[in-house]
Design a protein around this ligand. Structure first.
Ligand SMILES: Cc1cc2nc3c(=O)[nH]c(=O)nc-3n(C[C@H](O)[C@H](O)[C@H](O)COP(=O)(O)OP(=O)(O)OC[C@H]3O[C@@H](n4cnc5c(N)ncnc54)[C@H](O)[C@@H]3O)c2cc1C
Length: 411
């Protein structure tokens, strides 16, 4: 028997197990997926939990529910990948492989910034990128009486780069609905030059921040968090005071990538951006947030990558040249509060622009425009995630290759 080993059973690893079980003959191939935790979290829901918009039960399910029959599912911590020997070391056993898929994602490391996880951590400094952080922040916001709310990104890249903006927008409508918006000063602090990484979307998002009276502090490269005096300081000496700091700590690849000598300086695996093959080992492929691809780190991106990767693994097995076709396609809803959202659709070469989606001229979703229909789309994403996305089901009308139809590139 030949062995396909998948590391990580989050969004991307679960999807690949579902894709490959349908394609590889069971008499020839054994498929195994390894993860350290038995719970699968719907991470996009971590945005809604702090505002009491989702319940904890909406966000977590047993991972085994989504691993298809016929795939071995091992719940253990992965200690090391020994790529020269085609082996992976777990806590108490060693697995061998013919083909390896790395899907270990990225996670937050607050300890990378001086003072971030100091005595204010989960008292007046919170993250919402983890289940524990989002839940602790929900409890804090239920009784918070107002003051200076600072929404902050430590450094790029981060997964779902629009989530901190969405947090700021939802905070604006949350406090309005509670009748206490006047008691809260919201400041958005980013290491970027503007609200987002792409110029056209930044224009729209900057406008929305202004409209919602959210102050922006850009080019802020944080040096430390001062827990005593409740302020964050940047290397250039600028300071921003907070009563409540909601931060996205540094995102790095898992430690196993570093221990295995397979990562760059942020523990992301150097990967061919079109074929998803590792740059160093031809029988290793990388999907999702674990790679160093210049695409967004998002579940939607992993979904598009999975279609290409399925085919490339089959081609690799047959000794055929790999398809170099992943174009960096990302499709993300941006909640803007008050029951509305924007939608952005972009890839490596095209930045988000206005237009209609998925049907040119018809929509019903509007690109880079705030609409209620887009908000419905964002809410529907949770159902799509649990019932289609991680089960590897094709989502109609949305293909891995970004469509240029219906988009106003000339404006
Ligand atoms: C607040 C927030 C909002 C988001 N919103 C959106 C959105 O609206 N749309 C969207 O498309 N995406 C969104 N995302 C991003 C999306 O959740 C991620 O991009 C996606 O989950 C990446 O999938 P992945 O499989 O690469 O990583 P993950 O889903 O994080 O899975 C990695 C898995 O690997 C396992 N693992 C890692 N290291 C080890 C080890 N050493 N041993 C054993 N197991 C290990 C982990 O336990 C984990 O289960 C959001 C994320 C956050 C945090």
């Amino acid at each position: 028997m030949k062995k396909l080993l998948i590391l990580g059973a989050g969004t991307a690893g679960t999807m690949m197990a579902n894709h490959m079980i349908k394609k590889l003959p069971r008499e020839d191939w054994e498929i195994t997926v390894v993860d350290q935790y038995k719970t699968h979290y719907y991470q996009p829901g971590f945005l809604f939990l702090p505002f009491d918009l989702y319940k904890t039960k909406d966000l977590k399910k047993k991972g085994e529910k989504f691993i298809p029959r016929g795939v071995n599912y091992i719940l253990k911590k992965i200690k090391k990948i020994v790529a020269d020997k085609n082996e992976v070391i777990l806590e108490d056993e060693t697995l061998s492989y013919d083909i390896l898929i790395i899907a270990t994602g990225t996670k937050t490391f607050p300890g990378e910034t001086e003072g971030m996880d100091g005595k204010g951590w989960y008292k007046d400094i919170f993250d919402f990128y983890t289940y524990d952080g989002a839940k602790a922040l929900r409890n804090k916001l239920r009784n918070w009486e107002g003051g200076k709310l600072v929404v902050h990104i430590t450094e790029m890249p981060i997964k779902c780069p629009v989530a901190p903006l969405e947090f700021a927008f939802l905070a604006d409508s949350f406090f309005k609905n509670k009748g206490m918006r006047e008691k809260v000063e919201i400041t958005y602090v980013t290491p970027l030059e503007g609200a987002f990484t792409k110029p056209k979307a930044t224009e729209t998002l900057d406008y929305l921040l202004e409209e919602k009276r959210i102050k922006q502090v850009v080019d802020f490269n944080i040096e430390k968090v001062d827990n005593e005096n409740k302020k964050i300081t940047c290397y250039s000496g600028r300071e921003v005071e907070y009563d409540l700091l909601v931060t996205v700590p540094t995102n790095l690849g898992d430690e196993v990538i570093e221990h295995s000598g397979l990562g760059d300086d942020m523990n992301f695996v150097p990967t061919n951006k079109a074929s998803l093959q590792s740059k160093d080992y031809e029988n290793i492929f990388v999907i999702g947030d674990a790679s160093n691809l210049p695409a967004s780190k998002a579940g939607s991106v992993a979904h598009f990558e999975a279609e290409i990767l399925e085919e490339n693994i089959l081609r690799y097995i047959d000794g055929k040249p790999l398809k170099e076709e992943f174009d960096g396609h990302a499709n993300c809803f941006i909640e803007t509060g008050n029951g509305k959202a924007l939608l952005i659709d972009f890839n490596y070469t095209h930045e988000p622009v206005e237009g209609s989606f998925p049907f040119p001229g018809i929509g019903p979703l509007k690109l880079l425009k705030e609409t209620r229909m887009n908000h419905m789309g964002k809410l529907a994403f949770r159902w799509i995630y649990w019932n289609m996305l991680i089960k590897g089901t094709h989502i109609p009308f949305v293909s891995a290759k970004m469509s240029e139809k219906g988009k106003n590139f000339d404006n």
